[in-house]
Design a protein around this ligand. Structure first.
Ligand code: ADP
Length: 179
């Protein structure tokens, strides 16, 4: 599914983010930037040890929830890797929507600062961190659409959704938000 936001393209793709040829890939990291399961594990496996070497050297204190930092992308077919730490879902009244929106905004800002024209996002916080998919889709898409309307870049933003459930939730939300 593809929509145009001004001159920018916003795309939903069902697939594996480690296979995406883009200028920047975004990782749903943990606060220690220590690697882990889910998409984080897949990215470190595919990208190799250079990624951890770089984050250990540059961000020994890790990264706060809602923030984003950049590293090398190692063997991934991307120029940069952006690590952002999503909120853990605690029922929705603990600032989760604002923290999740901040992840997308800060990652997009870094993407632009690094001169990247294309970026691929996973559905941050919707795995181990337990953020309900439909609610996460609303927040993710709204923050990306708002950023693109305001900043008019990057040219190409993709959500790479792992499985039909995630793809369906994002597609329903996008249909409503661009109607
Ligand atoms: P979090 O800790 O932020 O919840 P997870 O990695 O557990 O992060 O899950 C985030 C999302 O990434 C989930 O929707 C999960 O299905 C998805 N995911 C897992 N592996 C991949 C992959 N290789 N490519 C894209 N998305 C993935």
């Amino acid at each position: 599914m593809l929509v145009q936001i001004g001159k920018c393209r916003l795309q939903l793709v069902q697939g594996d983010i480690t296979q995406q040829q883009v200028d920047a890939v975004v990782n749903a990291a943990n606060a220690q930037l220590a690697g882990g399961g889910g998409v984080d594990g897949a990215i470190h496996r595919a990208g190799g040890p250079d990624i951890m070497r770089d984050t250990d050297a540059r961000y020994p204190d890790g990264c706060f929830p809602g923030e984003a930092v950049a590293s090398v992308a190692g063997l991934l077919p991307a120029a940069h890797l952006i690590h952002t730490v999503g909120p853990v879902w605690r029922g929705g009244r603990d600032g989760e929507p604002a923290a999740l929106a901040s992840c997308y905004r800060k990652s997009l800002q870094l993407t632009v600062d690094l001169g990247c024209k294309s970026v691929a996002f996973p559905a941050i916080s919707t795995g181990v961190y337990g953020y309900p998919l439909d609610l996460a889709a609303n927040v993710a898409l709204k923050s990306v659409i708002d950023f693109l309307k305001w900043h008019k870049q990057p040219d190409d933003v993709r959500f790479i959704l792992f499985g039909e459930g995630a793809f369906g939730a994002f597609a329903r939300s996008l249909e409503i938000q661009v109607a």
